[in-house]
Design a protein around this ligand. Structure first.
Ligand SMILES: *Cc1c(COP(=O)(O)O)cnc(C)c1O
Length: 402
């Protein structure tokens, strides 16, 4: 049995940078102390920058992302409200399931797993049915590696003259790929701490538009722990209606500092580069992606279809036990057919090469006919070129080595 670190390539939880881990190692403190807002008020302000939310606000909840899904719904809708959703992967499925269980009247458009938000269907439903109160979209379907066009959703809503609220799951996209809450007219944007924000699971953040805050006032769905009302009474002064996890708040500070030091545009560019290298590697191995069209390729997670005769769950098991690598398993409908390489958060090119190398060995051991090194080489070639043009090497000779 090999020893040493386990390499984490699940698309959440992601690697926690040392700076974030150390920042969380703090003594407990009084969350009602007079200087506590010195920590919290800048967090609210900086999270708004990450959501690109200027005129609304951001709430922080002590829950995983699923809690903020519920907060978004229960604070802004009424039982029986008609909402438009789509389902093409495990996460879009789960949010639709929650909406049904909370008593919404859900129009759910089912698409093949590997497709994204169906804009034409949304356009049709919205033009036919002016009673739709909420439109839901999963920005990045983590189960299939599919990113959807949220600006496009806003466009079809506007074209249909819909005044519904727009709810977006940005859990595996925010702080990794471009997200523009204000520009895209997203009313409720959900995220969690353990993906692009590089923290442990246990905190969710909800970006809320001014329009959604208004809708909150007339929404009558039962809510208590997640109520905006209680948050609004305390947040502006820098406090919470209940005991926050202070180590998580310090971790968030460190995470935001890292993101801003790198620069959000640079963070997005890095994720695109890492993903592109992984995709080229997978392509060189002759394996198809779960995502069915390039316009849907996700820059945070790549879901790979294994050949018919190869059990993708076996690839994950071999990767874990033999090569100390955690890949994302295929979930639900694509269990056994798909495995996933998460490439979001705190990672770089060489780590993606390691993921490909480990995937090649695991695939070969599970019976797939792959040429060892082919995927790694394709990614290496891409990374070399991409970094050669974007990175200065201080002190190098004037002639560049080839
Ligand atoms: C991880 C994730 C969630 C939230 O899951 P939690 O386990 O509750 O944090 C929701 N949606 C997507 C797309 C995700 O990737």
């Amino acid at each position: 049995m090999p020893t040493g670190p386990v390499h984490l390539y699940v698309p959440g939880p992601t690697n926690v940078p040392d700076a974030v881990r150390r920042a969380m190692n703090v003594p407990q403190q009084d969350h009602r102390a007079p200087d506590f807002p010195d920590l919290t008020l800048p967090l609210f302000a900086d999270l708004k920058k990450v959501f690109a939310n200027e005129t609304g606000r951001v709430f922080m909840y002590p829950s995983s992302g699923t809690g903020a899904w519920e907060a978004a719904i229960s604070n802004t809708l009424n039982r029986g409200d008609r909402v438009l959703m789509s389902r093409f992967g495990q996460f879009s499925h789960l949010w639709a399931d929650m909406a049904q269980r909370l008593g919404l009247d859900v129009i759910c458009v089912d698409r093949e797993w590997g497709e994204g938000v169906p804009l034409a269907d949304y356009a049709r439903h919205l033009s036919e049915d002016p009673t739709i109160r909420g439109v839901f979209a999963c920005h990045n379907e983590t189960a299939t590696g599919v990113t959807s066009d949220i600006a496009g959703v806003r466009q079809v809503m506007d074209d249909a003259g819909s005044d519904a609220l727009l709810y977006v799951d940005a859990v595996s996209s925010l702080a990794s790929i471009p997200f523009e809450q204000e520009a895209w007219g997203v009313d409720l944007a959900v995220t969690g701490s353990q993906k692009g924000l590089m923290m442990p699971a246990g905190m969710s953040m909800l970006g809320v538009s001014a329009k959604a805050l208004e809708a909150h006032k007339s929404s009558r769905m039962e809510r208590c722990y997640f109520s905006f009302e209680d948050m609004l009474k305390t947040n502006d002064a820098g406090y919470f209606p209940y005991t926050p996890s202070t180590p998580m708040l310090h971790g968030l500070r460190a995470s935001l500092d890292l993101l801003f030091a790198e620069g959000l545009p640079q963070v997005f560019a890095r994720h695109h580069r890492l993903a592109e290298g992984v995709r080229r590697g997978v392509d060189a191995l002759g394996l198809p992606l779960c995502a069915l069209e390039p316009k849907w390729y996700s820059d945070t997670v790549t879901a790979i279809r294994t050949p018919e005769s190869v059990d993708a769950a076996e690839v994950c098991r071999i990767g874990y036990y033999r090569y100390r690598t955690s890949f994302g398993a295929g979930l639900s409908k694509v269990a056994g057919k798909v495995f996933r390489i998460g490439h979001l958060g705190d990672l770089n090119e060489v780590m993606c090469l390691a993921a490909l190398a480990s995937a090649e060995m695991s695939l070969a051991d599970a019976g797939a006919k792959v040429e060892l090194g082919a995927g790694v080489a394709a990614a290496q070639n891409y990374y070399r070129t991409a970094l050669e043009t974007s990175t200065d090497v201080p002190g190098r000779a004037t002639t560049s080595p080839q």
